[in-house]
Design a protein around this ligand. Structure first.
Ligand SMILES: [Zn+2]
Length: 279
Protein backbone atom coordinates (compact mmCIF):
# COMPACT_ATOMS: atom_id res chain seq x y z
CA UNK A 1 0.00 0.00 0.00
CA UNK A 2 1.22 3.55 -0.69
CA UNK A 3 2.65 5.31 2.36
CA UNK A 4 1.15 8.61 3.51
CA UNK A 5 3.25 11.16 1.55
CA UNK A 6 2.94 9.11 -1.57
CA UNK A 7 -0.76 8.58 -1.00
CA UNK A 8 -1.47 12.31 -0.86
CA UNK A 9 0.71 13.02 -3.93
CA UNK A 10 -1.22 10.35 -5.88
CA UNK A 11 -4.58 11.76 -4.78
CA UNK A 12 -3.46 15.22 -6.00
CA UNK A 13 -3.04 13.75 -9.52
CA UNK A 14 -6.85 13.66 -9.33
CA UNK A 15 -7.32 10.58 -11.52
CA UNK A 16 -10.51 8.72 -10.61
CA UNK A 17 -9.76 5.18 -11.68
CA UNK A 18 -13.08 3.85 -10.36
CA UNK A 19 -15.12 5.76 -12.98
CA UNK A 20 -12.99 4.71 -15.97
CA UNK A 21 -14.59 2.38 -18.52
CA UNK A 22 -13.08 -1.10 -18.13
CA UNK A 23 -13.36 -4.61 -19.53
CA UNK A 24 -12.83 -7.89 -17.70
CA UNK A 25 -10.04 -10.22 -18.88
CA UNK A 26 -11.08 -13.86 -18.46
CA UNK A 27 -8.87 -15.79 -20.89
CA UNK A 28 -5.08 -15.92 -20.62
CA UNK A 29 -3.56 -13.85 -23.45
CA UNK A 30 -0.56 -16.19 -23.72
CA UNK A 31 -1.96 -19.74 -23.59
CA UNK A 32 -5.73 -19.25 -23.96
CA UNK A 33 -6.56 -20.98 -20.67
CA UNK A 34 -9.57 -19.83 -18.64
CA UNK A 35 -8.08 -21.30 -15.47
CA UNK A 36 -6.62 -18.53 -13.30
CA UNK A 37 -6.35 -17.61 -9.62
CA UNK A 38 -6.84 -14.26 -7.90
CA UNK A 39 -3.51 -12.59 -7.03
CA UNK A 40 -4.34 -9.12 -5.68
CA UNK A 41 -7.18 -6.60 -5.52
CA UNK A 42 -5.18 -3.33 -5.68
CA UNK A 43 -2.23 -1.99 -7.64
CA UNK A 44 0.75 -0.02 -6.29
CA UNK A 45 -1.15 3.29 -6.62
CA UNK A 46 -4.00 1.91 -4.50
CA UNK A 47 -6.37 1.65 -7.46
CA UNK A 48 -8.93 -1.18 -7.51
CA UNK A 49 -7.24 -3.03 -10.40
CA UNK A 50 -7.50 -6.75 -9.64
CA UNK A 51 -4.99 -9.24 -11.03
CA UNK A 52 -4.89 -12.98 -11.66
CA UNK A 53 -2.30 -15.67 -12.43
CA UNK A 54 -2.88 -18.25 -15.16
CA UNK A 55 -3.02 -21.77 -13.75
CA UNK A 56 -1.53 -23.25 -16.93
CA UNK A 57 1.33 -20.96 -18.09
CA UNK A 58 1.87 -18.80 -14.97
CA UNK A 59 1.28 -15.43 -16.68
CA UNK A 60 0.18 -12.73 -14.22
CA UNK A 61 -2.20 -10.16 -15.71
CA UNK A 62 -4.65 -7.44 -14.74
CA UNK A 63 -8.09 -9.06 -14.87
CA UNK A 64 -9.85 -5.73 -15.34
CA UNK A 65 -8.33 -3.16 -17.72
CA UNK A 66 -9.36 0.21 -19.05
CA UNK A 67 -10.76 0.37 -22.57
CA UNK A 68 -8.41 1.52 -25.30
CA UNK A 69 -9.87 5.09 -25.49
CA UNK A 70 -9.50 5.38 -21.72
CA UNK A 71 -5.85 4.26 -21.95
CA UNK A 72 -5.33 6.79 -24.75
CA UNK A 73 -6.40 9.62 -22.44
CA UNK A 74 -4.42 8.08 -19.58
CA UNK A 75 -1.13 8.07 -21.55
CA UNK A 76 -1.80 11.55 -22.90
CA UNK A 77 -2.53 13.25 -19.55
CA UNK A 78 -2.16 11.04 -16.47
CA UNK A 79 0.64 8.50 -16.83
CA UNK A 80 3.75 10.69 -16.32
CA UNK A 81 2.16 12.83 -13.51
CA UNK A 82 1.07 9.61 -11.78
CA UNK A 83 4.52 8.02 -11.99
CA UNK A 84 6.02 11.33 -10.79
CA UNK A 85 3.66 11.35 -7.79
CA UNK A 86 4.56 7.75 -6.99
CA UNK A 87 8.30 8.42 -7.02
CA UNK A 88 8.11 11.96 -5.56
CA UNK A 89 10.06 13.60 -8.40
CA UNK A 90 9.17 15.05 -11.78
CA UNK A 91 9.27 12.49 -14.59
CA UNK A 92 8.11 14.00 -17.89
CA UNK A 93 8.91 14.32 -21.57
CA UNK A 94 11.95 16.47 -20.67
CA UNK A 95 13.46 14.55 -17.75
CA UNK A 96 13.17 11.08 -19.32
CA UNK A 97 15.43 12.01 -22.21
CA UNK A 98 18.65 11.49 -20.21
CA UNK A 99 17.49 8.06 -19.04
CA UNK A 100 16.47 7.14 -22.57
CA UNK A 101 19.89 8.22 -23.91
CA UNK A 102 21.62 5.86 -21.43
CA UNK A 103 19.24 3.10 -22.46
CA UNK A 104 20.01 3.73 -26.15
CA UNK A 105 23.72 3.17 -25.51
CA UNK A 106 22.99 -0.22 -23.92
CA UNK A 107 20.70 -1.12 -26.78
CA UNK A 108 23.31 -0.09 -29.31
CA UNK A 109 25.99 -2.35 -27.84
CA UNK A 110 23.52 -5.24 -27.51
CA UNK A 111 22.35 -5.17 -31.14
CA UNK A 112 25.64 -3.95 -32.67
CA UNK A 113 27.01 -7.34 -33.87
CA UNK A 114 23.78 -8.26 -35.64
CA UNK A 115 23.22 -4.82 -37.18
CA UNK A 116 26.63 -3.98 -38.58
CA UNK A 117 25.08 -2.84 -41.84
CA UNK A 118 22.13 -0.63 -40.92
CA UNK A 119 18.71 -0.59 -39.30
CA UNK A 120 16.99 -0.22 -42.66
CA UNK A 121 13.39 0.81 -42.31
CA UNK A 122 12.73 0.56 -38.60
CA UNK A 123 9.65 0.92 -36.44
CA UNK A 124 10.10 2.08 -32.85
CA UNK A 125 6.92 1.05 -31.02
CA UNK A 126 6.34 3.00 -27.81
CA UNK A 127 9.22 5.21 -28.99
CA UNK A 128 8.34 8.02 -26.56
CA UNK A 129 10.47 11.17 -27.09
CA UNK A 130 12.49 9.59 -29.91
CA UNK A 131 15.76 9.82 -28.00
CA UNK A 132 16.43 6.10 -28.46
CA UNK A 133 15.73 6.23 -32.22
CA UNK A 134 17.72 9.45 -32.67
CA UNK A 135 20.68 8.02 -30.73
CA UNK A 136 20.66 4.84 -32.82
CA UNK A 137 20.61 6.93 -36.00
CA UNK A 138 23.92 8.52 -34.94
CA UNK A 139 25.53 5.08 -35.18
CA UNK A 140 23.47 3.22 -37.80
CA UNK A 141 21.93 4.29 -41.06
CA UNK A 142 18.18 3.81 -41.43
CA UNK A 143 14.76 5.43 -41.68
CA UNK A 144 12.78 5.56 -38.44
CA UNK A 145 9.04 5.56 -37.84
CA UNK A 146 7.97 6.11 -34.24
CA UNK A 147 4.67 4.94 -32.78
CA UNK A 148 3.51 6.22 -29.38
CA UNK A 149 0.17 7.30 -27.84
CA UNK A 150 1.52 10.15 -25.65
CA UNK A 151 1.14 13.62 -27.23
CA UNK A 152 3.83 15.46 -25.21
CA UNK A 153 6.39 12.77 -25.99
CA UNK A 154 5.73 12.44 -29.73
CA UNK A 155 5.97 16.26 -29.96
CA UNK A 156 9.59 15.96 -28.78
CA UNK A 157 10.15 13.10 -31.25
CA UNK A 158 8.89 15.28 -34.11
CA UNK A 159 11.45 17.93 -33.10
CA UNK A 160 14.19 15.35 -33.89
CA UNK A 161 12.78 15.10 -37.42
CA UNK A 162 11.46 11.57 -36.91
CA UNK A 163 8.37 10.28 -38.72
CA UNK A 164 5.80 9.94 -35.95
CA UNK A 165 2.42 8.23 -35.61
CA UNK A 166 0.49 9.03 -32.42
CA UNK A 167 -1.39 5.77 -31.96
CA UNK A 168 -1.43 2.39 -30.25
CA UNK A 169 0.14 -0.64 -31.90
CA UNK A 170 -3.07 -2.59 -31.27
CA UNK A 171 -5.07 -0.30 -33.60
CA UNK A 172 -2.33 0.82 -36.01
CA UNK A 173 -2.62 -0.39 -39.62
CA UNK A 174 0.75 -1.96 -40.54
CA UNK A 175 1.62 -3.12 -44.05
CA UNK A 176 3.01 -6.61 -44.65
CA UNK A 177 6.81 -7.05 -44.58
CA UNK A 178 7.53 -3.33 -44.50
CA UNK A 179 10.18 -3.07 -41.78
CA UNK A 180 13.71 -4.45 -41.44
CA UNK A 181 13.89 -3.78 -37.70
CA UNK A 182 11.22 -3.39 -35.01
CA UNK A 183 11.98 -2.04 -31.54
CA UNK A 184 9.76 -2.51 -28.48
CA UNK A 185 11.78 -0.69 -25.81
CA UNK A 186 10.32 -0.76 -22.29
CA UNK A 187 6.93 -1.09 -23.94
CA UNK A 188 5.69 -4.69 -24.05
CA UNK A 189 4.45 -4.61 -20.42
CA UNK A 190 2.23 -1.64 -21.41
CA UNK A 191 0.55 -3.38 -24.36
CA UNK A 192 -3.12 -4.21 -24.03
CA UNK A 193 -2.82 -7.38 -26.13
CA UNK A 194 0.68 -8.87 -26.37
CA UNK A 195 -0.28 -11.80 -28.60
CA UNK A 196 -2.07 -9.60 -31.16
CA UNK A 197 0.83 -7.12 -31.04
CA UNK A 198 3.50 -9.76 -31.68
CA UNK A 199 1.40 -11.17 -34.55
CA UNK A 200 1.17 -7.67 -36.06
CA UNK A 201 4.93 -7.20 -35.71
CA UNK A 202 5.51 -10.59 -37.36
CA UNK A 203 3.25 -9.48 -40.24
CA UNK A 204 5.08 -6.18 -40.77
CA UNK A 205 8.63 -7.51 -40.31
CA UNK A 206 10.58 -8.65 -43.38
CA UNK A 207 11.54 -12.34 -43.53
CA UNK A 208 15.15 -11.62 -42.47
CA UNK A 209 14.18 -8.74 -40.15
CA UNK A 210 15.01 -8.37 -36.47
CA UNK A 211 12.81 -7.68 -33.45
CA UNK A 212 14.32 -6.16 -30.30
CA UNK A 213 12.27 -6.03 -27.12
CA UNK A 214 12.75 -6.05 -23.39
CA UNK A 215 10.64 -7.02 -20.39
CA UNK A 216 10.53 -6.16 -16.72
CA UNK A 217 11.34 -9.61 -15.27
CA UNK A 218 8.55 -10.25 -12.76
CA UNK A 219 10.54 -13.06 -11.11
CA UNK A 220 13.29 -10.55 -10.22
CA UNK A 221 10.80 -7.94 -8.96
CA UNK A 222 8.88 -10.47 -6.85
CA UNK A 223 12.14 -11.64 -5.31
CA UNK A 224 12.80 -8.05 -4.13
CA UNK A 225 9.22 -6.97 -3.28
CA UNK A 226 7.63 -8.42 -0.15
CA UNK A 227 4.12 -7.49 -1.33
CA UNK A 228 2.98 -8.25 -4.88
CA UNK A 229 0.76 -5.15 -4.83
CA UNK A 230 3.99 -3.09 -4.89
CA UNK A 231 4.77 -4.26 -8.45
CA UNK A 232 1.26 -4.19 -9.93
CA UNK A 233 0.19 -1.02 -11.78
CA UNK A 234 -2.66 -0.08 -14.08
CA UNK A 235 -0.21 0.80 -16.86
CA UNK A 236 1.17 -2.76 -16.95
CA UNK A 237 -1.63 -5.14 -18.02
CA UNK A 238 0.95 -8.00 -18.12
CA UNK A 239 3.77 -9.24 -15.81
CA UNK A 240 6.27 -11.24 -17.86
CA UNK A 241 9.11 -13.54 -16.94
CA UNK A 242 11.88 -15.01 -19.08
CA UNK A 243 9.87 -18.20 -19.59
CA UNK A 244 6.55 -16.52 -20.48
CA UNK A 245 8.32 -14.08 -22.86
CA UNK A 246 10.05 -16.92 -24.68
CA UNK A 247 6.75 -18.79 -24.90
CA UNK A 248 5.05 -15.70 -26.40
CA UNK A 249 7.79 -15.35 -29.02
CA UNK A 250 7.64 -19.02 -29.96
CA UNK A 251 3.83 -18.95 -30.17
CA UNK A 252 3.88 -15.99 -32.56
CA UNK A 253 6.51 -17.30 -35.00
CA UNK A 254 9.74 -15.84 -33.62
CA UNK A 255 12.98 -17.43 -32.46
CA UNK A 256 15.26 -15.83 -29.90
CA UNK A 257 18.73 -15.05 -31.26
CA UNK A 258 20.10 -13.87 -27.92
CA UNK A 259 19.03 -12.35 -24.63
CA UNK A 260 20.72 -10.31 -21.93
CA UNK A 261 19.90 -8.76 -18.54
CA UNK A 262 20.25 -4.96 -18.72
CA UNK A 263 22.34 -2.89 -16.28
CA UNK A 264 19.45 -2.23 -13.87
CA UNK A 265 19.22 -5.98 -13.18
CA UNK A 266 15.48 -6.36 -13.79
CA UNK A 267 15.02 -5.63 -17.49
CA UNK A 268 15.80 -8.56 -19.81
CA UNK A 269 16.41 -7.78 -23.49
CA UNK A 270 15.78 -10.14 -26.42
CA UNK A 271 16.81 -10.03 -30.05
CA UNK A 272 14.62 -12.28 -32.21
CA UNK A 273 14.07 -13.14 -35.84
CA UNK A 274 11.30 -14.98 -37.62
CA UNK A 275 11.40 -18.73 -36.94
CA UNK A 276 12.84 -20.69 -39.88
CA UNK A 277 9.51 -22.35 -40.74
CA UNK A 278 7.70 -18.98 -40.53
CA UNK A 279 9.75 -16.98 -43.06
ZN1 LIG B 1 -1.78 -18.95 -19.60
Amino acid sequence: MPHNGRNSRISRVDFDYDVQPTTDVIVCNLCGSGDSAHVASLDRYGYAAPSRKCGDCGLIFLSRVMTLPAYQKFYDCVYRPLVSAYHGRTIDAQTIQREQADYAQQLRSFVWPELDKDLGRFLDIGGSTGVVAATLLKHFSGQATLLDPAGAEVAVARSYGLAVRQEFLETAALEKETYDTVLLCQTIDHLLDIRLSLEKIHHTLRSDGLLYLDIVDTDVLLHAAPDIEDILKIDHPFYLTDSTMRRYLEATGFQVIKSNTLDDGFHVAYLAGKAANEQ
